[in-house]
Write a protein of this length. Structure first.
Length: 215
């Protein structure tokens, strides 16, 4: 594995992406890097006592919850550069969801208490973080409203376009099982299969196993 830069790694995370390098160098000493989780292992789970932010340096993971009957609901997917638990840096939050590695994954993290202590000592960083966080909240709310108003087919296509953008290619690899992807998109597995076939029939995508080519 190539040499890992803590500053460059932190800069990939969306929460810190717009911060100047001067701020990133202040955050780097309180971060932990490249903790290894093999495929299928649990990165975070309720009651594990871990708090703060995690972001993926390599690999991918799914976020899911379990109801009292043990039924799983997929809440999201993390890929390289994605983060989870950013709200935990700002409030004492008890983790209620699971994060599971979909492939061999390297995770970097920042502990809440260490981050809070740093903000108290560096008010300029606190102001920059507040402004950056506010911009991202607006973007998330706008995206959520747009997605909720979409049809199942358009929602699926938007997800594939986002995935292509993240992977940097038009032939994307589905890392979620189809039942998990359906759960994430808020549709049934049958609806997902039906919409995939429709998009293929319209020559908007080409299906090849777990690979989908956007045309």
């Amino acid at each position: 594995m190539k040499k890992h830069s803590a500053v460059a790694c932190i800069g990939q995370a969306g929460l810190f992406a717009q911060l100047p390098e001067e701020d990133l160098t202040k955050i780097a000493p309180i971060s932990t890097h490249q903790e290894y989780f093999p495929k299928g292992s649990i990165i975070r789970q309720p009651g594990d006592g871990k708090d703060g932010l995690i972001f993926l340096d390599q690999g991918s993971a799914k976020i899911y919850s379990l109801n009292e009957a043990g039924k799983e609901t997929v809440l999201g997917v993390l890929n390289k550069g994605d983060l989870d638990g950013q709200q935990n840096l700002f409030q004492d939050n008890h983790e209620e969801n699971f994060v599971q590695a979909l492939q061999d994954t390297y995770v970097c993290s920042i502990n809440r208490r260490d981050f809070q202590d740093l903000l108290k000592k560096t008010p300029d960083l606190a102001i920059n973080m507040l402004n950056n966080f506010g911009e991202k909240l607006v973007a998330i709310e706008t995206k959520s409203i747009r997605r909720n108003s979409m049809s199942a087919k358009d929602r699926l296509l938007a997800y594939l376009e986002d995935l292509a953008k993240k992977q940097g290619r038009r032939d994307v690899q589905l890392k979620l099982k189809k039942k998990d992807l359906a759960s994430y998109l808020g549709v049934t597995p049958e609806t997902l299969s039906r919409q995939l076939k429709k998009l293929a029939k319209e020559n908007r995508i080409k299906l090849s196993g777990r690979k989908i080519i956007l045309l």
